[in-house]
Design a protein around this ligand. Structure first.
Ligand code: SF4
Length: 707
């Protein structure tokens, strides 16, 4: 039997309420009891939800919501106040709380009315009768500092019993209940006690087992519950996100796994601790060119479980038909042009909406999509990314404060900017090097196949919905696949590419390697900008030799506003699409897209999205252009020249969007984490990792570098 020291006895007394202090918490300081459940399951989960305002559903949480729907309807009949039973303290007013949870063992409430769900009341109830029952009751306790919505409360005289509904079956453990559930229930009991009720036990109704389990509120459970309340409150005050669980079986079932990135974060932290190198240095070892120009491989094993879905199920919807109207019909978005329906897609299948030029959207449709977290991106007719409509601003104010503080710090901003630009130069160099390898392969037997850089995936269909006359179908995959789906890394017919790497290419690779090294050591933003400009010039001169579309596609470097040749028109449009993707990605994490670290703030410019776009320009933007030109997916007739400006025709834009979407959906092997993942998902992961750097969890930003 353990012997308690006097300080431990004091703490135990305090936690058991025998010597409670006088603290009274305000409404704003109350801890939602469901958060205590989350904290017990995983402290990081509670932090992400409670402090950072993150939440997303998965199958477990949706099942929990469905199974829970009956008890989420409040009872019409009020429960008797404890004063009606005798001489007990008055009951404080109930306060509303939000209800949602990512913990798969917890329950969630539904919002909005449901059409009379079938009863899931327990088959048996306590023996004493008649019982008074009330459902979905919100109660708070200012001294305990808690607020809870009780699924069901049963009153038997002065004794009350809270009943929690949990999906799933009774667990096979001595308590027949998981600890987070027992703690959650006990916290409800503490609230009821503070409100003057007698409450010695609660019950958990397991929906799958259709059976109740009694949870006695003994001293051990009360002590544990109060200690966890104290720790949770401390965590909230501390402002430091707890570390991810290590190799935990809880993570695969956690709906926030894609936000938390537990194994990815642990890997980066472990590497930094084990090697004394930060994330950017690890990336450097993994993807930097060796002296001979080849990329070194990462020597550290990657124990990262593939917990993220490789790609989204939902698809982007592009509406380019001028004069089209986007409306809502029940649970579908319907795109019409005059009397014709161009397409009708279930809202659940839409990830984002892009409107080009003169396209209208009804306020009902707009409200519905933003409520569902779907962004609406507005482009000019010519493809300029002009604006984005989203729902309420993300709750993660902590991140935005860190973003603004970092942007105001020139040293920290420069560190981040260097990571973006070093990754950009390396990826550009890798593009050129691999094409040089392909050229060698055409003349020699070479086995250095590097599928990640393949510019087409012969099995890939363009995954997007294109609402346009003659192309829209409700089936969902209306964009035409390219007529020729040739991999441009194969032996090309153009004699510019069938020879061994030229001296010019070798020189460019060496220069780019040097610029990347120098960019990593830049001591000012101006120096970095200069290096980036020199590297871009060298890179684009090599890029020009990769194009094999004939004179129509001659390219002598970047120009814009307006683009003055077809290649620049293509590059401008794909960069605009890329900026759109990253604006959505950074905003979904909680950033302000307009404030970057490399791109200076400018009215309306999504500077942070453009920062992150740097490393992906060669991999996504430029490779899409190569694919379009070299596979013959686009021709001279895809462009219009007017007054020195070159723009894409409507069919030309359609071909570019199809190719861009193929690229975004292409799965690649992540160079650090080792699992396969689509480019669109990579952008989301990089935005998350950047947020971890700004919030101090990771020391430096690991730029995405292919090898
Ligand atoms: S993924 Fe794992 S570590 Fe991250 S919040 Fe969920 S349970 Fe915790």
């Amino acid at each position: 039997m353990a012997i308690l020291t006097s300080s431990a006895v004091d703490l135990a007394d305090l936690l058991l309420g025998q010597d409670a202090d006088d603290t009274v918490f305000t409404d704003e300081e109350l801890i939602p009891v469901r958060m205590l459940n989350e904290f017990t399951y995983c402290p990081r989960l509670a932090y992400l939800e409670w402090v950072q305002g993150e939440f997303t559903d998965n199958l477990d949480t949706r099942e929990g919501t469905f199974g829970h729907r009956n008890v989420d309807r409040p009872s019409a009949r009020p429960i008797p106040a404890p004063t009606e039973f005798g001489d007990v303290p008055p009951q404080p007013a109930a306060v509303p709380i939000e209800t949602s949870t990512s913990n798969p063992t917890a329950t969630t409430s539904i919002t909005g009315a449901e059409p009379s769900p079938p009863s899931i009341e327990p088959a048996t109830t306590a023996a004493s009768s008649p019982l008074l029952k009330t459902r979905s009751l919100t109660l708070s306790a200012a001294r305990e500092g808690l607020v809870a919505k009780l699924d069901l409360l049963e009153l038997d005289g002065q004794h009350v019993t809270p009943v929690e509904y949990k999906k799933g079956a009774i667990p096979d453990n001595p308590f027949q209940a998981w600890e987070p559930e027992r703690v959650q229930l006990c916290a409800q009991g503490l609230i009821l006690r503070e409100n003057g009720y007698q409450c010695n036990a609660g019950e958990i109704f397991y929906i799958e087992s259709r059976h109740r389990v009694t949870v006695p509120f003994d001293d051990a459970l009360v002590l544990r519950t109060r200690e966890l309340i104290r720790q949770l409150r401390e965590m909230g005050r501390g402002g430091q996100i707890p570390s991810p669980l290590v190799d935990s079986p809880k993570c695969p079932r956690c709906s926030l796994v894609g936000i938390c990135l537990p194994d990815e974060t642990n890997l980066l932290l472990r590497d930094a601790a084990a090697t004394g190198l930060d994330a950017s240095t690890r990336d450097s070892r993994a993807g930097s060119p060796d002296e001979d120009g080849s990329a070194s491989t990462n020597s550290l094993p990657s124990p990262v479980r593939h917990l993220l879905p490789a790609r989204d199920d939902a698809l982007p919807l592009y509406v380019k038909e001028q004069g089209a109207f986007v409306g809502k019909d029940a649970d579908r978005l319907v795109v019409r042009h005059r009397t014709a329906t161009l397409i009708s897609v279930p809202l659940i299948d839409v990830s984002q909406v892009s409107l080009f030029g003169n396209v209208q959207m009804s306020s009902q449709a707009l409200r519905e999509v933003v409520d569902r977290g779907i962004s609406v991106c507005h482009f000019s007719y010519g493809g300029w990314f002009a604006a984005m409509t989203t729902g309420h601003v993300h709750k993660n104010i902590e991140l935005r404060m860190a973003q603004f503080a970092t942007a105001a710090d020139p040293v920290k901003s420069l560190e981040l900017a260097k990571s973006f630009i070093v990754a950009k130069i390396r990826n550009g160099r890798t593009m050129l090097r691999r094409h040089a390898t392909a050229q060698q392969r055409s003349g020699q037997t070479d086995t250095t196949s590097e599928p990640e850089i393949d510019l087409t995936d012969e099995t890939a269909s363009p995954r997007c919905v294109d609402a346009q006359k003659g192309s829209g179908t409700s089936a969902g995959w209306p964009v035409q696949a390219p007529a020729a789906n040739q991999d441009v890394s194969e032996a090309p017919s153009d004699n510019r590419l069938t020879q061994k790497p030229s001296e010019a290419t070798a020189r460019e690779l060496a220069q780019l390697a040097e610029w990347a090294r120098m960019a990593g050591r830049a001591t000012s933003a101006e120096t970095l900008l200069g290096l980036e400009g020199m590297a871009a010039k060298v890179y684009f001169s090599g890029f020009a030799r990769l194009l094999k579309g004939g004179h129509a596609f001659d390219f002598s470097g970047r120009n814009r506003r307006p683009p003055r040749d077809p290649i620049n028109a293509l590059l401008s449009f794909v960069y605009s699409l890329l900026a759109k993707e990253l604006t959505i990605a950074v905003r979904s994490v909680g950033f302000d897209p307009l404030l970057g670290f490399f791109h200076k703030p400018r009215y309306g410019r999504p500077s942070l999205a453009l920062d992150l776009a740097e490393e992906f320009r060669p991999l996504i933007g430029d490779s899409t252009v190569l694919m379009l030109v070299n596979n013959g997916e686009i021709s001279e007739s895809s462009f219009l020249a007017r007054a020195g400006a070159v723009t894409l025709t409507e069919p030309g834009r359609k071909a570019v969007i199809a190719a861009f979407e193929r690229r975004m959906e292409q799965e690649i092997t992540h160079p650090i984490f080792g699992y396969r993942i689509s480019y669109r998902r990579v952008l989301q992961v990089q935005a998350r990792l950047l947020s971890r750097v700004l919030l101090g969890e990771l020391a430096s930003y690991p730029g995405f570098c292919t090898r």
